[in-house]
Design a protein around this ligand. Sequence first.
Ligand code: TRP
Length: 449
Amino acid sequence: MTEKRAQFTTRLGVIATTVGSAVGLGNIWRFPFEAGVHGGGAFLLIDLFFIFIIGVPVVCAEFIIGRHTGLNVRGAFRALAPGKPWGIVGYLGLLASILILSFYSVVAGWTLEYIYQSLTGFGGISSVDGLHDRFDGFATSDWRPLMWTLIFLALNYIVLSRGVQKGIEKMSNIMMPLLFVILVVFCINSLRMPAAGEGLTFLFKPDFSKVTPSVMLGAMGQAFFSLSLGLGCLITYSSYFKKDTPLLKTAGIMASLDTLVAILAGVIIFPAVFTFGMEPAAGPKLVFEILPSIFMHLPGSMLWSTLFFILLFLASLSSTISMSEITIAYMTDEFGYSRRKATICNTAVAMVLGAVCALSFGALSGWTVCGLTVFNLFDYLSSNILLPVGGMIISIFVGWVLDKSIVRRELIGKDSGVRPWMVTVVVACLRYVAPACIGLVFIYGLGIF
Ligand code: TRP
């Protein structure tokens, strides 16, 4: 990470920035569509298990490594285990972050298109079917999604290269609570829809007959993706934490807020899905087809819709900044690149891969690997494989290799309220529970046996 980046001065700043990285399209777009594809309630339950039982301890592990060393991913592992291969997490992180940035930018580009559509009243379309067709037409057309993807990456570039993250972070301190308020308003609206009961049953009532290995793998991937976990993003962020930032508490608050936003998104989407007679398993397009139909039924629809998509765009930007920072920090440290040059490299690769992802709904929809389009492949590979593998390595490292006195010192700190038994629980999770659960889900989910 850069010297330019200020240390977080307030506790609220720490929370706001980590939550800013965590909350994004992962909660509002990815969670509802994955839950829809994987049958709802049971998916949510497994997701919650992975967030709180596995995720929180692994978030702590990233925080411990980051704050103790005060370095980026590569430097941190080099300092803690010189000459050992643990730094491989850095390479995994590099690969995953660029894959995620590529497909993420396509969806962030959709939010830009929707800001434009909201301002122009969705071309006067007022029927639910018309709005769905309009999204389909847009996503499968070639140049518009491509154009928005490139524009989004250019905006990401401008923010990163000018080093104006601080401005963005300040802005997200205001925007995030606003996004939250808006989500609550939309929730209340959705709860009044005719098929609200059906939607809530789908989301909250676990049907264990639907739990297959691939549902478990999907839920694990969603948990890691949503927490920005497994590729060293949080190691980098926590290297800027102060010594008195309570790590366990910060991890807990971050996971709770992140989960809350995802659940709110689910409560907004599923009642509408059933009310408008849509298929919950519609995949990545689900949320973008449903939202305009929801807004259409609100008084002042254009205003709501514009405001919502601007906020969603900003939430995406604060997430892409956090994932880009990994590659940028890596290149500036490893190859001595200037920040500008590193940002150009990051953006150039993301633009090429992002273009392929953008076209994979249209012109390149025939390019598939194991039945997945490039867009879906990047998502699947990074979320379901690379992030959990990274998380597993990090948890084994902190659980087994890292000196326990460091773990204790970092977790207990100064008046963090953490008792010694809590440290024992976290360490036990990192040693046994997390590696075992991740390993088992892999073995079953990938059909290794
Ligand atoms: N967590 C973010 C979201 O839900 C995405 C994200 C940001 C991310 N940084 C990351 C995912 C690092 C994995 C790793 O939208």
